[in-house]
Design a binder for this molecule. Structure first.
Ligand SMILES: Nc1ncnc2c1ncn2[C@@H]1O[C@H](COP(=O)(O)OP(=O)(O)OP(=O)(O)O)[C@@H](O)[C@H]1O
Ligand SMILES: Nc1ncnc2c1ncn2[C@@H]1O[C@H](COP(=O)(O)OP(=O)(O)OP(=O)(O)O)[C@@H](O)[C@H]1O
Ligand SMILES: [Mg+2]
Ligand SMILES: [Mg+2]
Lengths: 258, 258
């Protein structure tokens, strides 16, 4: 069965999509079979992998019970990397899904059959910057949450919101298996004290949950999406690509240890 | 009557809060009376001005009709700058407000009396990174929307979503007075081509809506919030402080011209 991980953090712009896309691509490079599900109406992970956002292609129908997840899977330009894209309909999901029965478990009900029949090693789910119905559906369905954390003060402030939510969902029985897979420090800028201060603070409170791999601020990472490529394909020798390859290695090691 | 402006963009981490806090502070420095309303449950604008997020202090009660906006106004450490803070209750507002009558106009109904009695020159409203009920309430109530835009590809992709929404709200009569006050380029990094490419693209499509003032990526801007100070107070001589002072001057000029 696949290991299913959500990339979630209600703070905006912390590197959720960048980590989802580049971790998925780095895992595919390591011969892992990976499915990336874009649950964000912004559809950044979709365009970041060079896939068009076509109306009807997203999980929207699936959440309303009118289609199965397996039908939405598409190939990407990378071998072993597949995607269920987002598109504009998904923006209506927050309201439309809220009116359904089991409205927080629609995604889980759809994912369980896919887990059983698929031969993916990993399924990654990119979430929007909010704790609304789409993110809550993801958290109710996955095995673990990877929390990208920008090395900035405002991002640090919001960290306890998402970590406490994960603990509440597990302890309340909404998702008994849910755990924090880890916290990944992103956009680390070694030239400033701020990045180091934020990282020290996070390590004090979350110790072994913090990934050793640190993602540096790297211009090639932010250029790659405009080419529809993950950074490991756009500039495979860049510091950004190397960092995400290290992250993939550490991620595999951690997920096997569980 | 005050000029009421929302800082909105569904893309996360583009500088909405940073612009709300530092524009408000720069206007106060220019002897303008300013009220900043924090509509984001993350409460970053609240902590960015050194104000505690106390349960019951936000607009939450107001949106449910149990209090008036004027009761929630607090002073800040800066003369002529006032705030209505956010706090954790506000996270429940999306769901609780959705069940009320006129659920998209609760904020407007609350703001109109404040407009009539107050002697503010400007009211700025910081919005969360989504187009949910809190942001929609803000867009239905304000005179104009300032759209901070990070000089990055993903941010560029989402620009038409917010600009088209503003046009739809005006043309549908939901807020007949609503217009785009302007687009402010933020975190501009002159050392990379990406920033320039994004800016050129925005200017091609939005020409005179783009503010001439460009906010550079500046470490002092991101350090200031950890001290609970706007950058004009944290490091008044920094490039970041200067940029926001220029923005305030251009903002006043544009708002007077309308
Ligand atoms: N390590 C990095 N170095 C440089 N730029 C980065 C890095 N990581 C992300 N970025 C850029 O920062 C911006 C924010 O990242 P991204 O969009 O992945 O964050 P997000 O958390 O998914 O945002 P949202 O909250 O809107 O979903 C993007 O423009 C991205 O290209
Ligand atoms: N010009 C700048 N130079 C350097 N850092 C900046 C600049 N503007 C904003 N930042 C930093 O970038 C991060 C994102 O900015 P900010 O939180 O203001 O964006 P936002 O759009 O309000 O985010 P959200 O979508 O979560 O509400 C913050 O940590 C902030 O300190
Ligand atoms: Mg994203
Ligand atoms: Mg903000």
């Amino acid at each position: 069965e696949p290991n299913v991980i959500a990339l979630a953090n209600q703070k905006g712009g912390v590197g959720k999509t960048t980590t989802a896309v580049n971790l998925a691509a780095s895992l595919a490079e390591r011969k892992q079979r990976v499915l990336l599900i874009d649950l964000d109406p912004q559809a950044n992970a979709t365009s970041g992998l060079g896939v068009a956002a076509v109306p009807g292609a997203s999980v929207y129908d699936v959440l309303l019970g009118n289609a199965r997840l397996v039908e939405k899977v598409q190939a990407t330009s990378m071998e072993r990397l597949f995607i269920i894209p987002s598109e504009v309909d998904l923006a209506g999901a927050e309201v439309d899904v809220a009116r359904q029965d089991r409205y927080l478990h629609r995604f889980k009900d759809a994912l369980d059959p896919l887990r059983a029949i698929s031969h993916y090693d990993y399924i990654l789910v990119d979430c929007p910057p909010s704790l609304g119905i789409l993110t809550m559906n993801a958290l109710a369905a996955v095995d673990g949450v990877m929390i990208p954390l920008q090395c900035e003060y405002y991002a640090l402030e919001g960290l306890s919101v998402i970590t406490q939510l994960v603990n509440r969902l597990r302890d309340s029985g909404a998702n008994p298996a849910l755990e924090i897979d880890g916290i990944v420090m992103t956009m680390f800028d070694g030239r400033t004290n701020l990045s180091q201060q934020v990282m020290d603070e996070v390590k004090t409170h979350f110790a072994d949950k913090v990934y050793e791999t640190i993602i540096p601020r790297n211009i090639r990472i932010s250029e790659a999406p405009s080419h529809g490529l993950p950074v490991v394909r756009y500039d495979g020798k860049s510091a950004g690509a190397e960092a995400y390859r290290h992250l993939a290695a550490e991620f595999v090691k951690r997920s096997k240890a569980r």
